[in-house]
Design a protein around this ligand. Structure first.
Ligand code: NAD
Length: 289
């Protein structure tokens, strides 16, 4: 038996989706159906799987899901024009551009073309800027990036208070590490961000009461790099021959950490759930509900 409490991301995601379903049903009574557009460019197999999972989740909740599939050869201007059409479409409350985009496209520019009011991924500069400006949790923008939002829910599920704790985030991407550090700061943690140039990673991670790892390096963090009793959240998804593994070495971490997420079944299900939550919220706000 592991000493750590294993955080069941699937169960927490299911419970959250049940609550969301009730909100979707309440909107349906007012004649409103939340709508999510998923924009998929090209044939990348992993992206196709992710988009399908998101669409299925929408179907389960009664959210309209509009798949926009575009050829890998599409040019920047045509892609932007597709996004502008969705920006103007009253049936669509959220627009998700599945990343990565083919290399000839400027993904950063594309993300800025999504209306900030339909930016359910939270990647528009307006929403990221509001996240950076937020001093307190209440100041956060309508949309915050889904994976970091899901991580905070998982930490909260442990009952461990975030305020005043030492939190260490490994990874500084715009999708996970950086926005997550801002969220932890808004929850009054003392936050350190580590990255590929951090010297002596273990001495940093070992100080963490709350450790979140999003580096994309299989089993980067071993048990001896974790503070006994810490909350350890593994965002990493690495496809190895043996199957999916995280960035935390689960076997050595499970007897050291106080709470630990598995891979799969930890952060992943929460990311999709937060996307659905953002879409429902967008529909509620556009209807003044
Ligand atoms: P990224 O490649 O954009 O960023 C990785 C970050 O990790 C970088 O900031 C880099 O400096 C840091 N890093 C790399 N090697 C390191 C090392 N040896 N020591 C310390 N830091 C190091 O990746 P990302 O998009 O942030 O994703 C990270 C991981 O999380 C990937 O495995 C990705 O698949 C996974 N992910 C999972 C979900 C989910 O829903 N479960 C969502 C997004 C990303």
């Amino acid at each position: 038996m592991p000493k750590a409490v294993i955080i069941d991301g699937r169960k927490i995601a299911e419970e959250t989706q049940l609550d969301l379903k009730a909100e979707v049903d309440a909107l349906a009574k007012k004649g409103i159906t939340p709508g999510l557009a998923t924009v998929l460019v090209g044939e990348d197999p992993a992206s196709q799987v992710y988009v399908r999972m998101k669409q299925k989740a929408c179907d389960r909740l009664g959210i309209l899901s509009r798949g926009v599939r575009l050829p890998a050869s599409i040019g920047q201007a045509d892609l932007i024009s597709e996004i502008e059409t969705l920006n103007a479409d009253p049936e669509i409350h959220g627009i998700l551009v599945q990343l990565p985009l083919p290399k000839h496209l400027d993904a950063a520019d594309v993300l800025q073309r999504v209306s900030p009011d339909k930016d359910v991924d939270g990647f528009h500069a307006t929403n990221l800027g509001k996240l950076l400006s937020a001093k307190y949790w209440e100041d956060l923008p309508r949309f915050i990036p889904c994976t970091p939002a899901g991580v905070i829910r998982l930490i909260d599920s442990t009952g461990v208070e975030i305020a005043g704790k030492t939190a260490v985030v490994v990874g500084r991407s715009l999708i996970v590490g950086k926005p997550l550090a801002m969220l932890l700061l808004a929850r009054q943690a003392t936050v350190t961000i580590c990255h590929s140039r951090t010297q002596d990673l273990g001495s940093e991670t070992k100080r963490a009461d709350i450790l979140v790892v999003a580096a994309g390096v299989p089993r980067l963090i071993t048990g001896e790099m974790i503070k006994p009793g810490a909350v350890a959240i593994d965002v990493g998804v690495n496809r190895l021959e043996e199957g999916l593994v995280g960035d935390i070495d689960f076997d050595s971490a499970k007897d050291i950490a106080g709470h630990l997420t598995p891979v799969p079944g930890g952060v992943g299900p929460m990311t999709i759930t937060m996307l659905l939550a953002n879409t429902v919220r967008s529909a509620q706000e556009s209807a003044g509900a």
